[in-house]
Design a protein around this ligand. Structure first.
Ligand code: AMO
Length: 443
């Protein structure tokens, strides 16, 4: 019988193995994609793109048993040679080639050079040629950093006793209200694409006390902005037995600190490539919504137009205020007006015009919304009625409450927005592998 007992041990080496000190001077076998060929006459530099970075290989006529004219950029190859040190090469090592085997040849010429340090093409062009452009080392690095963000979030919450869940994205009702909802036909019944895992994560507090989810959410935003996508990845958590929504903000602070620690420790190479300086989440100021508006308005001379809403420009000014006054990168803005929050938000018993909720801003942009939720079933039903909403499609949600739910709260962080602000980029599409905006459903 044929059995498998684990991963196959390969002869080909990866970059961390090539960095082992006793490899230098020895024979090595490596595979990779031909990132660029620099032909200098009887010697050529062949740069291989590998999962951990670039590897310089030296082709020498008469030494390397291969006809260089057969090699094209974007071919994938397996090469053999001697590993030597060269401080000028990426990672301080290079392979002096004895042999090259072609694994695959590209059919078409590259539509855009990907080996350049910085891709000069417009964002639109880069998005249209996304699978190719992402082969650029700096473009790719943004998504390694994004991986680190998710790792930090997941690792921290798991340690804090949260259970990871996976809620459905096809649903009968949107949780967030508003007009930005994708409707579809589900076997002749109306359905929607989930705007958030809100209902499900709350119901699961009754099961696991603490849950989190990393998953796609859908928003039918009918305008193209640099901070909105029609599909994005939401980092959600929900926790029971809270004393106040401050517990939720404190948990987010812990998660952000862990994310930044992991980025600093394991993603220094990518951050360096992107020339990004990490923000600090060590001490995050907490300010009430109305107070934040007042402070920014007074300092920057901008009249408050709508006391119940935060315009993007006001967010920017609030971010600027807390950077200038307290050196803070993140700010928690609390007590958002009830009108601006979905029905499930807990109103402030001291002033029900406001909610026990918050947004977290990073560099003057909202990256998180969260707060305490209504856990009392009667209060929930009353608020739904007061808003003129129907409970249709919410029976299971409501039944979780009528069968007992602890005081709880949670939040949702936009992964792409957080990555974008960490990397100081100015368009959210930069940190989305395959963005969905009003004009883009492909690739
Ligand atoms: P909210 O709708 O504010 O709250 O979304 C939470 C966070 O998601 C990000 N975000 C977006 N990112 C990209 N494109 C969009 N169109 C977009 N819309 C929102 C933002 C925002 O802060 N259920 C609540 C969260 C909660 O209270 O648990 C919710 O979804 O970073």
């Amino acid at each position: 019988m044929d059995f498998l007992e684990g991963i196959a041990v390969k002869e080909t080496l990866e970059l961390p193995q090539l960095q082992e000190p006793d490899r230098v001077g020895g024979k090595v076998r490596v595979n990779g994609a031909v990132h660029v060929i620099r032909d200098m006459g009887n010697i050529a530099f062949l740069i291989l793109r590998k999962r951990d970075g670039l590897l310089q290989c030296v082709y020498e006529e008469g030494v390397t048993a291969f006809d260089l004219s057969r090699l094209k950029e974007a071919a994938t190859v397996e090469v053999c040679g001697t590993l030597l040190r060269n401080e000028k090469a990426p990672g301080g090592i290079e392979v002096h080639l004895t042999d090259i085997t072609i694994l695959s040849q590209p059919m078409d010429p590259m539509p855009i050079p990907v080996a350049k340090w910085k891709m000069s093409a417009s964002l639109e062009t880069r998005l249209s040629l996304r699978p190719i452009c992402l082969r650029n080392i700096r473009e790719r690095a943004k998504f390694k950093v994004q991986e680190g963000v998710v790792r930090g979030f997941r690792e921290f919450l798991q340690e804090q006793g949260f259970t990871e869940i996976h809620s459905p994205k096809l649903a009968s009702k949107g949780a967030e209200g508003g007009a930005n909802i994708f409707k579809l036909d589900y076997f002749h019944r109306p359905a929607v694409l989930a705007q958030s895992p809100q209902f499900y994560k709350q119901m699961m507090v009754g099961v696991f006390d603490r849950v989190f989810e990393v998953g796609p959410v859908f928003r039918a935003e009918k305008h193209n902005t640099k901070r909105h996508l029609n599909e994005y990845t939401s980092l959600d958590f929900e926790m029971g037995y809270i004393d106040s929504f401050r517990d939720v903000m404190a948990m987010e602070t812990g998660a952000l600190k862990r994310i930044l620690q992991i980025l600093e420790r394991d993603y220094a190479k990518e951050l360096d490539l992107l020339q990004a300086k990490l923000p600090s989440a060590d001490r995050i100021p907490v300010v009430r919504f109305d107070e934040a508006k007042r402070l920014a308005s007074a300092k920057y001379n901008r009249p408050i137009r709508n006391p119940y809403d935060l315009e993007p420009e006001e967010e920017t000014l609030i971010g600027r205020y807390f950077k200038e006054e307290y050196g803070a990168d993140f700010v928690f803005v609390t007590h958002y007006p009830s009108k601006k929050r979905p029905f499930y938000a807990m109103d402030d018993p001291e002033d029900p015009r406001f909610t026990l909720s918050f947004d977290c801003l990073l560099g003057g942009m909202e990256i998180t919304t969260g707060g305490q939720r209504i856990h009392d079933p009667q209060m929930l039903v009353d608020k739904i009625a007061k808003r003129g909403m129907t409970t249709e499609g919410m029976q299971s949600y409501l039944s979780a409450f009528s069968h007992g739910m602890p005081p709880h709260g949670g939040l949702g962080i936009g992964l792409e927005r957080l990555t974008m602000k960490i990397l100081n980029l100015d368009d959210i599409r930069e940190t989305t592998l395959f963005p969905r905006d009003m004009s883009r459903l492909d690739p």
